[in-house]
Design a protein around this ligand. Structure first.
Ligand code: KIV
Length: 272
């Protein structure tokens, strides 16, 4: 018989570390607005990520690069107002932390102060070490992100699996250790071979959360709009769709149009 899992009333960065130690998988989804965040928090997801994927999902940009710090703060404060239990982590958007560590600290402080978020996330390894360490001096928890880092898409050229070759895999492993040493409380690994992700999760004591990184890591994250099937154009192998909301919402909309056109809506009970 397995021991009962601890109930976490409010998730903190320490809770995630406890979950790793207790072999309980961590659940994480993206949220960019109040209504969606409320549903996901009530469902019991551990972590909500206000991802810069809002640039694609909410604004229709091709990449995550155009979203601004002000826009991230707007999304994050909407999410924070909805949440009772989940830990809310916010992406530092492209161009707000790579310049120098002072700029990174100022950006992280603005996110924490203006949105009420609990932690920030940024992409990269050794090249952002100084920024991570400076943000940590202000008492702001930082999550790392390695593997496919979408803010570097113009360097990679494609969204294909990263670190398949030994040299890149070794560099990723080194960066993961370096980020842990720098003090990040957790790490995202995106779209890398499952064995490499398992090795990272086994070697590090901080929680490692994967997207397209197999089942050997400490938790999973997906973009909510993708897992709910609101998006029909994005079908990577790692994506499991739990709903087909695109079709359901399209059908509901067509039903509404039909009712209004046929003078079936509103009926006598739906008016004053
Ligand atoms: O912005 C985002 O949604 C992310 C996840 C894909 C991890 O960084």
């Amino acid at each position: 018989m397995s021991a009962a899992k601890k109930e976490f009333k409010k998730i903190t960065t320490n809770s995630l570390q406890e979950m790793k130690r207790g072999h309980e998988k961590i659940t994480m989804l993206t949220a960019y607005d109040y209504t969606m965040a409320k549903i996901l928090d009530h469902a019991g997801v551990d972590v909500l990520l206000v991802g810069d994927s809002a640039s694609n999902v909410m604004a229709g940009h091709e990449t995550t690069l155009p979203i601004t710090l002000d826009q991230m703060i707007y999304h994050a404060s909407s999410v924070i107002r909805a949440v009772d239990r989940a830990l809310v982590i916010v992406d530092l958007p492209f161009g707000t932390y790579q310049g120098n560590s002072k700029e990174a600290l100022n950006s992280a402080i603005r996110i924490m102060k203006e949105s009420g978020a609990h932690a920030v996330k940024l992409e990269g390894g050794r090249e952002v070490k100084d920024s991570i360490e400076r943000i940590l001096t202000a008492g702001i928890p930082v999550m790392g992100h390695l593997g496919l880092t979408p803010q570097s898409i113009y360097k990679f050229g494609t969204y294909t699996v990263r670190a398949k070759e030994e040299e890149e895999a070794n560099r990723l492993l080194e960066d993961a250790h370096l980020l842990e040493k720098s003090g990040v409380f957790a790490l995202i690994l995106e779209k890398i071979p499952a064995q490499l992700a398992t090795d990272v999760a086994t070697q590090l004591s901080i929680p490692v959360i994967g997207i397209g990184a197999g089942g050997g890591v400490d938790g999973q994250v997906l973009v909510t709009h993708d897992m709910m099937g609101m998006n029909t154009e994005f079908s990577p192998r790692f994506l499991r769709r739990y709903l087909n909301l695109y079709d359901q919402m399209k059908n509901a909309t067509q039903h509404y149009i039909k009712d209004v056109k046929a003078k079936n809506f509103p009926n006598s009970n739906e008016q004053y």
